[in-house]
Design a protein. Structure first.
Length: 312
């Protein structure tokens, strides 16, 4: 039986690679005991701010067998998004993950194809595909499956590829051979913590989500707090500071996913272009991008906030 499960695991990992996923790891579907306590502490300390969705479906979020009854395995997958070309350094910046097409659509399609392959090759296997919009703790499952360790900046790091990759999961009712976690190689390094301009990384492996630049520029719908003036370091959507300074990201290589190619206009735009951004140009440049989440009004609010810094 173990031999059969092992052959299934190998078959699935090979297909995942064929679909363009960088890494694939497998965990046994079970309730997350320690992580349930950690999440409860995070929420009780109000480190999620206005991200109220993190409070919803707590039982489902911490137990995949409730999220998908009959679940036996969690297949974790990583998809590289590190770009080969970048924005002008003098322009307001968006996080690299939002350069191309919204990753939710790209990964969901790949996961559906992987599930279809499993059904065709193995049999009547049922499952559900998840990309971070659903109540599942993707970083936890990536860690359990050996895709990487959770670094001090709370992102998953792979020792040969850094941390610029998306995560997705396929939860299925087929028992597979589970992989185990790998060692944490952060060591004594604190570069991510030292570099965070808003002190969102309150301690190694701990983040106060409501202090993160990504939270302010994407999740927060109110006016940006005046005491944060001058602390965003030119980020208008998201933030990559903690990843950019991480020594492990010297191993990041440009992705090969055509959907993640940025709009050429995005790469050409300079500060003045952003200051004169119109609704029409916003809709064109970010037509399929995750940046649409903040809307034209949110992005222009962020740009104006950055401009206020330069006036002071």
């Amino acid at each position: 039986m173990n031999t059969i499960r092992s052959s299934y695991s190998t078959l699935i990992k090979k297909k995942a690679n064929d679909l363009g996923f960088m890494f694939c790891g497998i965990s046994r579907a079970e309730k997350l005991e320690k992580e349930s306590h950690d999440l409860e502490t995070f929420l009780n300390q109000n480190r999620h701010g206005q991200m109220q969705w993190l409070e919803n479906y707590f039982d489902l979020r911490t137990d995949p067998t409730k999220l998908f009854p009959g679940a036996k395995s969690v297949i974790s997958l990583a998809l590289n998004y590190f770009p080969k070309d970048f924005q002008n350094s003098d322009s307001p910046q968006i996080s690299k993950y939002a350069y191309g097409k919204d990753y939710h659509f790209v990964i969901k399609e790949k996961l559906k194809n992987l599930l279809l392959f499993i059904q065709e090759e193995i049999g009547d296997i049922q499952g559900r595909a998840f990309v971070d919009s659903a109540p599942i703790m993707d970083k936890v499952w990536a860690k359990k499956s050996g895709i990487g360790w959770v670094g001090k900046h709370t992102n998953v790091i792979h020792p040969k590829a850094g941390s610029f990759f998306f995560l997705g999961e396929l939860v299925i009712d087929l028992e597979l051979v589970a992989d185990g976690p790998i060692k944490d190689y952060c060591g004594t390094c604190t570069k991510c913590i030292d570099a965070c301009p808003t002190d969102a990384l309150t301690a190694p492996y701990e983040i106060d989500g409501k202090k993160c630049i990504s939270y302010y520029t994407i999740e927060l719908k109110d006016e940006l707090p005046i005491d944060m003036q001058g602390k965003f370091e030119n980020w208008m959507f998201g933030c990559d500071i903690c990843q950019d300074v991480c020594p492990w990201n010297r191993f990041s290589k440009p992705n090969k996913e055509e959907w993640f190619e940025p709009n050429s206009e995005l790469l050409k735009m300079k500060s003045n272009d952003w200051n004169e951004l119109t609704q029409e140009l916003f809709s064109e440049v970010f037509r399929k991008s995750a940046v649409k989440r903040t809307k034209f009004s949110g992005l222009t609010r962020n740009i104006q906030f950055l401009n206020e810094k330069s006036k002071n």
